[in-house]
Design a protein around this ligand. Structure first.
Ligand SMILES: NC(=O)c1ccc[n+]([C@@H]2O[C@H](COP(=O)([O-])OP(=O)(O)OC[C@H]3O[C@@H](n4cnc5c(N)ncnc54)[C@H](O)[C@@H]3O)[C@@H](O)[C@H]2O)c1
Length: 252
């Protein structure tokens, strides 16, 4: 399995899936650029690998992203592969109550969409021109099983945003296929990262008990799927979604 991409940008790169994916590609000798609003969690990886770099950015600040990523491209360091992995899944309001559709102010809805949807589109928008110029590019958008099921513990803004990512994936894929650029999505199920630790251990154990493969997923499980989608073995896959959930959901 050969991966032609040499420079891989990962948003949410300092979260659980981002760090696992970054390490995987760094071990393959790729240049890895981790973009996150806080890059502290990557300090150990940065010490171990000189082919990993970090960019600290709030991806909801679209103007700042335009400037910083624009500068990266202008310096001749345009990524030829992108993982849109940044995500935000706030579950509780300021009183600690689970968000419900009727308790959610539009400002909160919009703040979640800015990260989970707009930031992914913005990153595609910014990186596509250089991919088109090179007649090569690979993009993986990380959505969620929640987009298909309505979400277990995830509120409606998260579910809606992840469903939007699946549509965006197809919408972009259809326009860029002619330039040898593939755009696919991954729906993780329950992956053991900081994101799932805002619910009790009992809730996560109950998820694990329902998973036919008998365990929560790991960041490496997701990294392996991304690597496949970036590889020549997936050259003919675009606009599709791979479910990485251990069999947690097998619905239509
Ligand atoms: N862990 C799971 O079970 C699971 C399931 C389905 C989907 N996902 C998706 O996988 C992706 C990675 O999630 P994870 O499990 O590694 O979670 P995580 O919380 O460990 O990582 C998410 C990262 O996104 C970053 N981020 C959030 N908002 C940002 C912003 N405004 N600007 C820059 N960075 C920002 C966070 O700082 C964090 O490092 C997310 O899109 C998430 O929705 C995860």
């Amino acid at each position: 399995m050969d991966i032609r991409a040499q420079r891989i940008l990962i948003t949410g790169g300092c979260g659980g899936i981002g760090l696992g994916t970054g390490e995987y590609f760094a071990k393959l000798g790729k240049q890895v650029i981790l973009v996150d609003r806080s890059t502290e969690a990557a300090s150990d990886l940065m010490r171990r690998f000189d082919n990993i770099s970090c960019i600290e950015l709030d991806l909801a600040d679209h103007a700042a992203v335009d400037r910083r990523i624009g500068a990266l491209i202008a310096s001749g360091e345009a990524p030829d592969a992108l993982v849109n992995g940044a995500g935000w899944s706030p579950k509780y309001d300021e009183d600690g109550k689970t968000w419900k559709p009727w308790t959610m102010p539009m400002s909160h809805w919009s703040a979640v969409m800015a990260v989970n949807v707009d930031a992914s589109f913005n990153m595609c928008r910014l990186l596509l021109p250089s991919m088109i110029a090179n007649n090569y590019g690979r993009i993986v958008n990380i959505a969620s099983l929640a987009a298909r099921t309505g979400g277990g513990v995830a509120p409606v803004h998260y579910v809606t945003g992840k469903a939007a990512i699946l549509g965006m994936t197809k919408g972009i894929a259809k326009d860029v296929g002619q330039y040898n650029i593939t755009v696919n999505a991954i729906n993780p199920g329950r992956i053991d990262t900081p994101m799932i630790r805002d619910v009790s251990d009992e809730v996560n154990a109950a998820y694990a008990a329902r998973i036919p493969l008998g365990r929560l997923g790991t960041p490496l499980d997701v990294a392996h799927t991304i690597a496949y989608l970036f590889s020549d073995h997936a050259d003919y896959l675009t606009g599709t979604t791979i479910e990485v959930n251990g069999g947690l959901f097998m619905g239509p």
